[in-house]
Write a protein that binds this ligand. Structure first.
Ligand code: NAD
Length: 450
């Protein structure tokens, strides 16, 4: 069957209205959860084969996140899907106002390789919850996981409801040329622009979950030891191949040396003295990215780490300093286990420099001072973030997750996922008991008789 025929069949399925039934959606999510549990060991193996992910990381950042998100959605879905009453202005006397969420129809989900299981299925939960059909296009760079995602979907759903289409750039472009009703794209800012251009052909509503350089600021009053541990975790998780990993550090000059000594301890505590021999350390996705990341190490002053193994495609947790805004590593998203460290004297200098950059997907600040926290949050724009932590905001179903500006548009997770895949249909229910004359021309004031 051609891709166009698959989409056509899904449109027919959607138009049959079966997905409008809430019980149908609830059953679909429950079945998805059960199949994922059945395939748990295969998912771990696929993630090991694709990226050398440990079982711990595979569960905590991929499978567990999805199971939790499905459970959360199952608990809330009946409430989210109800039409909600809105206020009615005095000018509309006699009428009542409602908002009905309705599914868009057939959605296209395009996913990247860095969390290849989670980033295919997290949007799918929203698509199902809102009553859509879906085509998923996993990343071609993580073929084992793409294959398991395909098996899970095939085992759980008929193809005209939800299906997986595997392939690379060409397949992705072919799919983007079709008249989907919703596109949910996760990937780079560069490809996000291509997706949006293609989506404009059919005026398809589009959510873009993109990347960027997420700063992490360590102020002089921070709890340095704790900050070092939480930063080391968030940065080197998945070998730095995390869209919301701290891309670079901005540390107050007066505490930089002390902080770096804690950071060294934290890295050793998490990955051992020889991370390249750690069987649980994630590898770089392919040789091209390995070479790209290696050149950053070659071009800068290494403060910690720096060793690599081309055979294993592994790079030690690496810290670079001194670094300036003019250095090559500050010109693009790093997306690997390399952490440049800049220093500052005044927070106003940090804010000024951040506001000269594209809006990042995440921002992290380590400071115990309430005024400093509020100042930074209010003076800068970013997708989301944490105060005194890194990455953790991602794992809350209560917080909408998404970027702003170059880091994306739209958000998902929890209720935001349901809303992302729904059109909000506004309906005014007008009284027929009387008719206010003010809006009509040439009619005297007062109530008109019907
Ligand atoms: P990518 O943009 O290269 O690819 C993403 C998807 O788009 C893949 O499925 C790929 O096949 C497809 N694709 C690639 N080129 C295409 C083209 N020219 N036309 C149409 N489709 C195309 O991204 P990636 O390398 O897989 O992932 C890394 C990027 O994703 C990073 O920038 C990272 O920050 C970002 N990311 C963002 C989030 C988020 O939630 N915001 C999550 C993970 C990754």
């Amino acid at each position: 069957m051609s891709y166009a025929e698959i989409v056509e069949e899904q449109k027919t399925y959607f138009n049959s209205k079966v997905t409008l039934d809430l019980n149908y959606r609830i059953k679909a999510l429950s079945q998805l959860k059960e199949t994922i549990k059945t395939f748990e060991r295969d998912i771990f193996q696929a993630l090991k084969d694709d990226l050398n992910k440990s079982e711990f990381e595979s569960y905590s950042s991929e499978v567990g996140v999805i199971l939790q998100e499905i459970s959360f959605t199952l608990k809330q879905l009946r409430r989210w899907a109800k039409p909600t009453k809105a206020k009615t202005p005095i000018t509309h006397l006699g009428s009542r106002s409602y908002i009905y969420p309705e599914p868009y129809g057939v959605s296209l989900i395009i996913a990247p390789w860095n969390y290849p299981f989670q980033l295919c299925l997290a949007p799918l939960i929203g698509a199902i919850a809102a009553g859509n059909c879906a085509v998923i296009k996993p990343s071609e760079l993580t073929p084992h996981t793409a294959n398991i995602v395909g098996q899970i979907i095939q085992r759980t759903f008929p193809e005209d409801y939800i299906t997986v289409i595997n392939g690379g750039v060409e397949v992705s472009q072919d799919l983007l040329s079709l008249p989907f009703d919703k596109i949910f794209f996760t990937g780079s800012t560069r490809v996000g622009k291509i997706v949006m251009k293609q989506a404009s052909e059919h005026l398809v509503p589009t959510t873009l979950e993109l990347g960027g350089k997420s700063p992490c600021i360590v102020h002089e009053d921070a709890n340095l030891k704790l900050a070092a541990k939480r930063i080391a975790w968030g940065k080197f998780l998945n070998a730095g191949q995390t869209c919301i990993a701290p891309d670079y550090l901005y540390v107050h000059q007066s505490v930089k040396e002390e902080f770096l000594s804690y950071l060294k301890e934290a890295i050793e505590e998490l990955y051992g003295k020889e991370p390249l021999k750690n069987e649980d350390y994630t590898r770089i996705v392919n040789e091209e990215h390995f070479e790209r990341l290696s050149s950053f190490i070659d071009d800068h002053t290494v403060c910690m780490g720096g060793k690599r193994s081309k055979d294993q495609l592994m790079i030690e947790p690496t810290v670079l300093t001194p670094v300036t805004w003019e250095d090559s590593i500050m010109k693009e998203e790093i997306f690997g286990p390399i952490l440049p460290v800049l220093e500052f004297r005044e927070l106003s200098e940090v804010i000024h420099n951040l506001n000269n950059q594209a809006h990042p997907l995440a921002l992290y600040l380590f400071s115990n001072e309430h005024d400093v926290q509020e100042w930074l949050v209010n003076e800068t724009s970013f997708g989301g973030g944490c105060i005194n932590d890194t990455v953790y905001h991602f794992a809350s179903s209560h917080l909408p997750f998404g970027g702003v500006g170059a880091s994306g548009m739209g958000a998902y997770h929890g209720k935001a996922s349901f809303e992302t895949f729904s059109h909000q249909k506004s309906v005014l229910k007008q009284t027929v008991l009387f008719d206010l004359p003010f809006r009509y021309p040439n009619i005297k004031n007062g109530l008109n008789k019907l």
